[in-house]
Design a protein around this ligand. Structure first.
Ligand SMILES: *[C@@H]1O[C@H](CO)[C@@H](O)[C@H](O)[C@H]1NC(C)=O
Ligand SMILES: *[C@@H]1O[C@H](CO)[C@@H](O)[C@H](O)[C@H]1NC(C)=O
Ligand SMILES: *[C@@H]1O[C@H](CO)[C@@H](O)[C@H](O)[C@H]1NC(C)=O
Ligand SMILES: *[C@@H]1O[C@H](CO)[C@@H](O)[C@H](O)[C@H]1NC(C)=O
Ligand SMILES: *[C@@H]1O[C@H](CO)[C@@H](O)[C@H](O)[C@H]1NC(C)=O
Ligand SMILES: *[C@@H]1O[C@H](CO)[C@@H](O)[C@H](O)[C@H]1NC(C)=O
Ligand SMILES: *[C@@H]1O[C@H](CO)[C@@H](O)[C@H](O)[C@H]1NC(C)=O
Ligand SMILES: *[C@@H]1O[C@H](CO)[C@@H](O)[C@H](O)[C@H]1NC(C)=O
Ligand SMILES: *[C@@H]1O[C@H](CO)[C@@H](O)[C@H](O)[C@H]1NC(C)=O
Ligand SMILES: *[C@@H]1O[C@H](CO)[C@@H](O)[C@H](O)[C@H]1NC(C)=O
Ligand SMILES: [Cu+2]
Length: 598
């Protein structure tokens, strides 16, 4: 066995573009033979109809305009949902492709609840592969097995079977989302918003309307094929670059042009695919919940002529801060207040992909993903002629807003660190097969196929011995106090790291290696959130309280990177894990689940 070789430079990750294009073309050809039903679109009636003259505009799912009728209360309720996951051919950006959808919808259905409620979702799996649904940002305190993470908290729900997720939300509110956490499946469409309300939200009185904008990159090839390519020598470590993007499931793609060569003529492509449209009333203040549900791209979000006032990040209320352009990386969420204080007209919503952070260009990609804001009373046939904010606000690198900008509304004391761990994030090429894989220290994660580390921990299995080669880097945490993590990114790309079951205090980030004692850490009311971008060749120091028993994943949320191994697990309070009463049916799913089909 040869020693793993550190990736040396940028060049190492540059692929032979021609091979990539050829491969994509072949895949598209194969997939192009598949045709099926069109997705059932969300019911968009009941919206203000004044925008209906936009021949091409698409009224986004009506449930994404949060209903005024939803009662925000302290009285607990159980919210029931029944979902069926199936494969269907739809054309989110005009080009048809098979996608994986919940109840035929893209994005999937809204989950909406109050703090204190119970959420019960019966998931029926009608696709060929096993699946699981993760409730992104939910603490799952006492119900770690409901976290929906394949190989870590459960085995996949086998094809043809159902599983019911059942958990409470006792102490959090804000903007979350749900998505498949089995291989790269969510990239193929299995995602939707998860909104928790509370009468205790500090900004509740500051807006009249509450709407969701889910932005995501979009690929024309199914993610399983893209992962196979990415984790092969051909990619030379360069991630698949999106073909387009969507806002609430809608985007546009130029079917003519050079791109045509990439797609078989049999693949139906509609050049006039409609964009999402949002009706605004002059004088109204909107809470816009922006969710990056994509797999790879970091976006810069803006609305022409309208300032954005950030009031929430990842479910944590923020002191209001005004921006014109908001960087949002994969899996992050923000709420912004938008005051409809401009002339009655039409305006562009812009989600610009930061293509600087891609290794290779995709000539077919228009990185400006757009939607329309239509003021009531404006001409309803004329496309917006508004212009983008000046480029001065553009940030060329893929990093978050600076820490001084994001100050939590409710301070929480930073716990003293009982223990501190240092983890290196890197990509390394194993000489034997020349595949560039993601590593947390010297471990590249692979999911257990017929078991989960949670179940192993419960059985008292200590496979997490650093001396034995393993695809699982599991850090046991016995302390009930604070844990500090120093995350050093040795890679040329930035990585949006998500921690399941927690928000972390973000004490600092910067470029180069973290030098203890040199860069001061912020210990007074630092940012708290569940997904933080670790800068390229940079570091981030976080702290969290280890008060939530379970096996918790912490991983890069770029789907290609988690699939290539950028994942570590924390085994929080092992004694409490042993005492957990995990439903027997979950263990039963492991027996049947060793079946990922292609
Ligand atoms: C769509 O919504 C309208 C108004 O809420 C309702 O009357 C109609 O039955 C719905 N249609 C479908 C297909 O659900
Ligand atoms: C809200 O409730 C009222 C009264 O029950 C009903 O008429 C209206 O259609 C509801 N609106 C929505 C958006 O559901
Ligand atoms: C989890 O629950 C325990 C009580 O069982 C509580 O002490 C702790 O603060 C909770 N943590 C979170 C993150 O909800
Ligand atoms: C959800 O869990 C609660 C608490 O364990 C239980 O009482 C309830 O029956 C469960 N609901 C379903 C539908 O399984
Ligand atoms: C099923 O899973 C395999 C292995 O991950 C993957 O290659 C394949 O594309 C998946 N099939 C579908 C339809 O998602
Ligand atoms: C945006 O904010 C700036 C700075 O506060 C202010 O000067 C400007 O008038 C605002 N623009 C709009 C359209 O509200
Ligand atoms: C769009 O063009 C019209 C006609 O020239 C002009 O009156 C209007 O102000 C423009 N709107 C914006 C947002 O620039
Ligand atoms: C990860 O590797 C670094 C550098 O070798 C080492 O200092 C650190 O202790 C390792 N972390 C863990 C959790 O093993
Ligand atoms: C899981 O599969 C592996 C090999 O595929 C096998 O060695 C192991 O016994 C299986 N474990 C269980 C619990 O079925
Ligand atoms: C954590 O506690 C377990 C017993 O509950 C013990 O076996 C283990 O050594 C402890 N680990 C550490 C790092 O203290
Ligand atoms: Cu990453």
């Amino acid at each position: 066995m040869e020693k793993p070789q550190k990736k040396k430079n940028v060049l190492l990750r540059r692929p032979l573009v021609s091979i990539a294009i050829l491969l994509v073309a072949v895949l598209a050809l194969v997939l192009g033979l598949v045709f099926g039903l069109r997705a059932r679109h969300h019911n968009s009636s009941g919206l203000d109809s004044s925008g209906s003259d936009f021949a091409e505009a698409w009224n986004q799912p009506s449930e994404f305009l949060l209903s005024k009728n939803f009662s925000i209360t302290r009285t607990p309720t159980t919210r029931y949902y029944e979902w069926t996951i199936s494969q269907q051919t739809i054309a989110p950006d005009g080009l048809e492709r098979p996608m994986l959808l919940v109840n035929g919808m893209f994005p999937g259905p809204l989950v909406e609840a109050n703090t204190g409620d119970r959420i019960v979702v019966k998931v029926t799996n009608n696709i060929v592969n096993g699946t699981a649904i993760h409730w992104h940002g939910m603490f799952q305190n006492g119900t770690n097995w409901m976290d929906g993470t394949v190989g870590i908290t459960q085995c996949p729900i086998p094809s043809g079977q159902s599983f019911t997720y059942n958990f409470t939300v006792p102490n959090q509110w804000g903007t979350y989302w749900w998505h498949a956490h089995a291989a790269s499946q969510y990239i193929d469409g299995i995602y939707g918003p998860l909104i928790i309300h509370s009468p205790d939200e500090p900004h509740l009185a500051d807006y009249q309307e509450d709407i969701i904008m889910m932005i995501a990159d979009h690929y024309h090839t199914d993610s399983g094929s893209l992962v196979s390519w990415y984790l092969s020598p051909e990619s030379e470590g360069a991630e698949p670059v999106p073909d387009s993007g969507v806002i609430n499931g809608r985007g546009t793609f130029d079917c003519s042009g050079d791109a045509q060569a990439l797609f078989p003529t049999g693949n139906k492509c509609n050049n006039g695919a409609p964009m999402s449209l949002f009706n605004f009333k002059a004088g109204t203040t909107y809470r816009v919940r922006i969710i990056n549900a994509g797999g790879f791209a970091d976006f810069q979000f803006s609305i022409d002529n309208h300032n954005l006032t950030v009031i929430e990040a990842d479910g944590v209320d923020m002191q209001p801060v005004q921006v014109q352009r908001l960087p949002i990386h994969v899996a992050q969420r923000y709420s912004v207040l938008v005051h409809a204080n401009q002339a009655v007209d039409n305006y562009w919503v812009r989600a610009l992909m930061n293509t600087n952070c891609f290794n290779t260009p995709n000539p077919a990609l228009n990185p400006s993903i757009q939607a329309i804001i239509h003021y009531e009373g404006a001409a309803s046939t004329q496309s917006p002629n508004s212009t983008d904010w000046s480029s001065s606000a553009w940030v060329a690198v893929c990093v978050d807003l600076t820490l001084d900008m994001l100050k939590p509304y409710f301070p929480v004391p930073v716990p003293p660190a009982d223990v501190s761990y240092h983890l290196d994030i890197s990509f390394q090429t194993i000489s034997k097969d020349h595949v560039n894989m993601g590593y947390m220290n010297q471990t590249s994660w692979r999911p257990l196929m017929n078991d989960s580390t949670l179940f192993q921990s419960q059985r008292g299995i200590s496979t997490f011995d650093a001396t034995s080669p393993s695809s699982q880097l599991v850090i046991p945490l016995n302390t009930t106090n604070g844990v500090q993590l120093v995350l050093n990114n040795l890679d040329e790309g930035s990585h949006p790291f998500h921690f399941h079951g927690h928000v972390f205090h973000v004490l600092g980030w910067g470029h180069g290696n973290y030098q203890p004692g040199v860069t001061p850490l912020e210990l007074v009311n630092p940012l708290r959130r569940d997904t933080i971008t670790i800068p390229a060749y940079g570091w981030t120091v976080v702290r969290f309280v280890n008060d939530n028993p379970g096996m918790w994943a912490m991983h890069c949320h770029i789907s290609w990177h988690s699939e290539s191994g950028l994942m570590v697990q924390f085994e929080s309070l092992p004694d409490r894990i042993r005492a957990m009463d995990i439903p027997a049916e979950m263990k039963a799913m492991c027996a049947a689940s060793n079946t990922m089909k292609s």
